[in-house]
Ligand binder design. Structure first.
Ligand code: GLN
Length: 482
């Protein structure tokens, strides 16, 4: 089936003229029309536009003017990444009709290589959540068991790739939103170093933590997508000009002599099944020549409060722009300016977004600023130092991605604190700005996927991708029966 193929093999088939972009896009559109009603992975799909673009791509190829070897391959994009002329809702009522007048840098990069837009994927509202249950458009479903969550916030992207509704996808990761849904849905998900990919055109949640990254079915494909979107962009002053040294050909999978740290804190509270699978994979890496040692990331216990103070503080500031004046929802019956603000925000934002705006506003308010926000910044510094210490001894750190596999829809949504706690193994990476990848390594007794996390020092994407490529070789492919 076309929709079972990797990006690399679709590219080969296109290069050999064994298939056209139109045929590929038709196959994915068919798969979407068969499955999206059940899985709710996409918010927006525009088949007419896609088929026009596919035709143009085929013409480019037949006249030898393809933009890259990937020209004509369609990719899903999370709905907080701006796409000119195509709705970008952030899964929020307040932006439910927002059509951006410009492209995000990451998407611009994809287009410049000939990748096409398959559709915009579902997510937690403004990327705040771990399940997609806070989406204004309803939750996405896990393709391995539709009673279970796909993870979040980039749940729609993970579901699309896992169920063959897209060969790859872009997502964003502020505290785990790529790695956790990748783990829950049995696909590869990578969050790069902060600054590797421009955030221009990514709707801001928590600007010092947000990064765009990629989902794919293989490590090689994830490297293809990440190398495409990487690069300096003057419109994001935090984007950094660094060489991209992790294209698929650069990843040998050779791990001999690579020093791997295993942090004991990252196994606390982890289900026995997950811990056993991860430890087994670590011992296989050791057999392939990696040097494994126990390390300690002793400030891990502060990661949740630190993250939820900083993320909500930044969110309360970023989301101040949704005032009903410039874009988004404009409610009826407005009498004056304060009414406009009040009604737009009250009607436009969902419960979780409001909770976070309130939390963030509180911790930034005078009198509380030092006790909460400043203290959180100090905690962040300790977490950064923890990683600096670790990376003076090891090349990479391996851990589980999540403490459990995908849980039931509705199980945690009424207990925000418990939901926040579930992010414990992914958020430190964002606080430190380092890259992390989730690789599918097996399933639990209920058939739900398990992810293995590899973290590296800043700009060491090549190291973690190489390790991931090695781990991938020792795993059977996991696929949902859907
Ligand atoms: N689950 C985390 C949160 O709710 C992370 C979300 C994300 O990475 N966007 O903030």
């Amino acid at each position: 089936m076309i929709t079972d193929k990797t990006i690399s093999s679709l590219s080969e088939m296109l290069e050999k003229k064994e298939i056209s972009s139109r045929e590929i896009c038709q196959a994915y559109l068919k798969r979407i029309s068969d499955l999206n009603g059940r899985l709710n992975a996409y918010i927006t799909v525009d088949p007419g536009m896609l088929m026009v673009e596919a035709g143009i791509s085929d013409e480019r190829r037949s006249s030898g003017k393809q933009l890259s070897r990937y020209d004509g391959i369609p990719i899903a994009v999370k709905d907080n990444i701006s796409t000119k002329g195509v709705k970008t809702t952030c899964a929020s009522r307040i932006l439910s009709n927002f059509v951006p007048p410009y492209d995000a840098h990451s998407y611009e990069q994809m287009k410049s290589r000939g990748f096409l837009l398959l559709g915009k994927t579902n997510m937690d509202e403004f990327a705040m959540g771990s399940t997609t249950e806070t989406s204004y458009f309803g939750p996405s479903k896990n393709p391995f068991n539709t009673d279970r969550v796909p993870g979040g916030s980039s749940g729609g992207s993970a579901v699309a790739v896992s169920s063959g509704m897209a060969p790859g996808a872009l997502g964003s990761d502020t505290g785990g939103s790529i790695r956790q849904p990748a783990a829950f849905c049995g696909v590869v998900g990578i969050k790069p170093t902060y600054g590797r990919v421009s955030r221009y055109g990514l709707v801001a949640y928590a600007s010092s933590l947000d990064q765009i990254g990629a989902f794919a079915t293989t490590v090689g494909d994830a490297a293809v997508l990440l190398s495409t979107i990487s690069g300096h962009d003057v419109r994001d002053t935090t984007s950094i000009d660094r060489e991209v040294d992790f294209r698929p050909g650069d990843l040998s999978g050779d791990v001999s002599g690579v020093r791997i740290g295993v942090p004991e804190e990252y196994f606390e509270g982890v289900s026995e099944e997950i811990a056993a699978v991860i430890k087994n994979k670590i011992s296989l890496l050791e057999k392939s020549g990696a040097v494994v040692e126990k390390i300690s990331l002793k400030y891990t216990e502060y990661a949740i409060p630190v993250y939820y103070l900083i993320a909500t503080a930044e969110a309360s500031s970023n989301l101040a722009r949704y005032d009903g004046v410039r874009y988004g929802l404009r409610p009826e019956g407005i009498n004056n300016l304060s009414d406009l603000y009040l009604k737009s925000r009250s009607e436009g934002f969902g419960r979780e977004v409001k909770r976070r705006i309130i939390l963030g506003t509180f911790s930034l308010s005078s009198g509380y600023y030092d006790a909460y926000y400043m203290k959180a910044l100090k905690g962040r510094t300790l977490i950064i130092r923890d990683f600096q210490d670790a990376f003076s001894k090891v090349d990479a750190i391996i851990s589980p991605v999540t403490t459990t596999t995908a849980f039931k829809i509705g199980e945690m949504i009424s207990d925000p604190l418990q939901m926040y706690m579930s992010d414990i193994l992914t958020i430190s990476t964002n606080l430190a700005g380092i890259p992390g990848i989730s690789v599918p390594v097996g399933v639990d007794g209920k058939g739900m996927p398990i992810g293995l996390q590899i973290m590296g020092d800043h700009f060491r994407e090549k190291t973690i991708l190489s390790l991931a490529a090695n781990v991938e070789k020792t795993c059977e492919k996991i696929k949902p029966e859907i």
